[in-house]
Design a protein around this ligand. Structure first.
Ligand code: SAM
Length: 172
């Protein structure tokens, strides 16, 4: 292989969409109990790359955190979860969405075994401190874990969410 050349910003832009996508409505990353705004910003960027929307609770600090964290030119698709998160999840199920929990549980399948999403899929992510609470775990169809080799107990939530979104999108 000859020495690789970095593609220019202009070349990369030419391969991307010219404007924002209003709503993908196929994959929805759902950090429903968020703690750190910076992780929401990182997830928003992955959502754009992987063709996903972001669903977040309308907590007082979240809109500003998303505003600050969105380092992209265009507006991203955000679904606001008003009121109770468990009821929102129930509605997603009732309307035919698959609910995938990204969590280290004793029933989780490994990321490599997670198939590409064939229908609308909500990807539930846990709180940075306590993970997915029981009200969320009770509602997932399947839980997926990302295997880890090192000494850390878990990954950063935005990293975990990004890996799962890419797998569900069929991009890796
Ligand atoms: C920092 S972790 C929470 C760890 C928390 N201290 C606990 O014990 O559950 C935040 C979230 O990232 C996701 N996560 C982190 N590492 C993961 C892994 N290896 N596999 C699946 N999900 C993971 C989960 O959604 C988790 O709830």
């Amino acid at each position: 292989m000859t020495a690789a050349r970095l593609r220019t910003r202009r070349e990369l832009r030419a391969q991307r969409r010219p404007g924002s996508h209003s709503c993908w409505n196929h994959l929805i990353a759902a950090p429903l109990w968020p703690k750190h705004g910076v992780n929401l910003g990182t997830l928003l960027r992955t959502c754009d790359a992987a063709g996903a929307c972001l669903a977040v609770p309308r907590l007082p600090w979240v809109p500003e955190a998303l505003e600050r964290g969105n380092t992209l030119r265009h507006r991203q698709c955000v679904h606001w979860v008003n009121g109770r998160v468990d009821r929102w999840l129930d509605r997603q199920r009732e309307t035919g969405s698959a609910i995938v929990g990204v969590e280290l549980t004793d029933e989780s399948i490994r990321l490599a075994d997670l198939p590409t999403a064939r229908r609308r899929t909500v990807v539930v992510l846990g709180n940075e401190g306590y993970g997915i609470p029981p009200e969320g775990l009770d509602r997932v169809d399947i839980a997926v874990e990302i295997p880890m080799l090192g000494s850390g107990a878990s990954l950063n939530v935005a990293v975990a969410g990004s890996l799962v979104l890419y797998k569900l999108a069929g991009l890796v």
